[in-house]
Structure formats: structure tokens, C-alpha cells
Design a protein around this ligand. Structure first.
Ligand SMILES: [Zn+2]
Ligand SMILES: [Zn+2]
Length: 257
């Protein structure tokens, strides 16, 4: 796959409008899962501030062979600490899952897989996130456009790790850790309500043609951030695209750092 494909790559969000039936929202232990089954951006304030949740657990599952690097996970954790008030700390909970045996996934299928395997839900002062690293690809990928990640619920997103592996670590392609770290931070920022997705804009910087993205080209929340020149290089943290001042200001106004 040539690097040209990255140029059109989208990091999308999908809004779920479907309601869930009540019985499905109770876990075996009697806890409700409904607080983790809202739409992307709905819990932006709760993730940013420590008013309701003072610590965080991130459940990371990956299909065998598609494990994210520790560097990328560390880069996500450091980003969360920079933006969110979670004085009780952030715990990572990593495990492998069997390949579901599919070549492509719809977001409904990704969501169903989450329902079967997710074990961590909000509990007391602890907020739970869920991230899956999948084989195969997104069902809406085309020859000229591929999706690397999708934030599809208020506390969950998927990373299409096989697509990332195809697009990285060759000459003229981005470093894999750098691409992974960028996708992780970008999708997590959708959970923080960017852009105009549960976190109000103080100034108008919405890219109206490309959904909930930032119109500043160098911003982490630009829709084509992963094609930027700063992605060619080593995976040091300073090479990961950053949030621009407008995105940062929005997060602060909604209770973040
Ligand atoms: Zn996006
Ligand atoms: Zn921005």
C-alpha cells in the first residue's frame, strides 16, 4: 500500500443514536453499564475534570499480532495526564483477544464485540475507558481512503492496527509508534469532546466539511493530521501533532487542564 493512501486517511467519529434495551445494560455483578454506552463526547466533562471521577482505568484489548507498543500507550497516558484531572492515577489493563475471524468490520460489529468482552465499567470514582486494536480493516475503507481509528462511544474507541501496520515503518512511511501515538491521542481527544462534540467551542475552529475536526492544519484534531510532514520522523513525543490553542482553550473551559 503506498503512502498516497495516508493522504486521504480519515480518523472519524461515529455517533450512535440507537437506544439499548434495559436488560442489556446490567452486568452479571448487577452494575449498570449504561454510563459507558452513551455517544462520543457525552462524557467529555467527566473525563476532563475530577468532579465525578478521580481516577481512570483503561482496558486495552488487542487481536493477537496487533499489540500496540508500550511507547504508544505511554504517549497516550502522558497526554491524558496533561489534559485531565485524575489525581488518583491512570491504570492500564492490557490483554490479547482471539481474532474474530473477519476481514472488515462495521462500527456496529466493533460495538458488539465490545459488549461481549468489555470487563471494566465506571465504578464509584473510577472512570473506565475501552480501546480495541483490531485486525482487518474498517468496512468503509476504499482504495484512496482508509480509516485508522474511530471513536464510537463516550468511553470507547477502536484502532485499526492492521491498517496502521500496513501504512508504517517502510521507507517514506511514518514510524509506527508515531502513527499509533497520533491515532490514540486523536481518538481520545474525540472522547474529550473535540471538536464541538460535547465540548463547546470558545472560537469557531470547526472544519465543517470533515465532521468534528479542527480547521487548523497542524492541529492534532485536523482530519488529515496523520498525513502531516511532522509524522515523518522518529517517534519522539515532540513529533506527535499537538492540539492548537483553540482546542486547548475549549478543553480548559470544559474542566480540563
Ligand atoms: Zn477524528
Ligand atoms: Zn485544533
Amino acid at each position: 500500500m503506498s503512502k498516497q493512501l495516508i493522504k486521504a486517511a480519515l480518523l472519524s467519529t461515529i455517533l450512535f443514536l440507537s437506544a439499548c434495551s434495559k436488560d442489556d445494560d446490567i452486568q452479571d455483578n448487577g452494575n449498570s453499564t449504561i454510563g459507558n454506552r452513551l455517544s462520543t463526547g457525552d462524557s467529555a466533562h467527566e473525563i476532563l475534570s475530577d468532579e465525578e471521577f478521580t481516577d481512570m482505568v483503561i482496558e486495552v484489548v488487542y487481536v493477537e499480532g496487533y499489540q500496540p507498543s508500550q511507547i504508544s500507550l505511554n504517549n497516550l497516558t502522558s497526554f491524558i495526564k496533561q489534559r485531565c484531572y485524575k489525581p488518583g492515577g491512570i491504570e492500564l489493563n492490557l490483554r490479547a483477544i482471539q481474532a474474530p475471524g473477519k476481514e472488515t468490520y462495521t462500527i456496529q460489529e466493533i460495538d458488539s464485540i465490545e459488549r461481549e468482552i468489555r470487563s471494566q465499567y465506571n465504578n464509584g470514582k473510577r472512570l473506565a475507558l475501552f480501546i480495541s486494536f483490531m485486525d482487518g480493516s474498517f468496512n468503509e475503507d476504499t482504495d484512496s481512503s482508509v480509516v485508522l481509528g474511530v471513536a464510537y462511544r463516550n468511553t470507547s474507541f477502536v484502532v485499526f492496527e492492521e491498517t496502521i501496520q500496513t501504512l508504517s515503518d517502510q521507507i517514506t512511511e511514518p514510524d509506527r509508534d508515531l502513527l499509533e501515538s497520533t491515532v490514540l491521542r486523536h481518538e481520545f481527544s474525540h472522547l474529550l469532546g473535540l471538536v464541538d462534540l460535547g465540548t463547546d467551542m470558545l472560537t469557531d475552529h470547526l472544519d465543517t466539511e470533515n465532521g468534528h475536526h479542527c480547521n487548523v492544519e497542524s492541529c492534532l484534531m485536523n482530519f488529515k493530521v496523520e498525513s502531516g510532514v511532522n509524522l515523518i520522523g522518529m517517534s519522539s513525543e515532540e513529533n506527535i501533532p499537538k492540539l492548537d490553542q483553540q482546542c486547548l482553550a475549549d478543553l480548559k473551559a470544559n474542566g480540563g487542564k
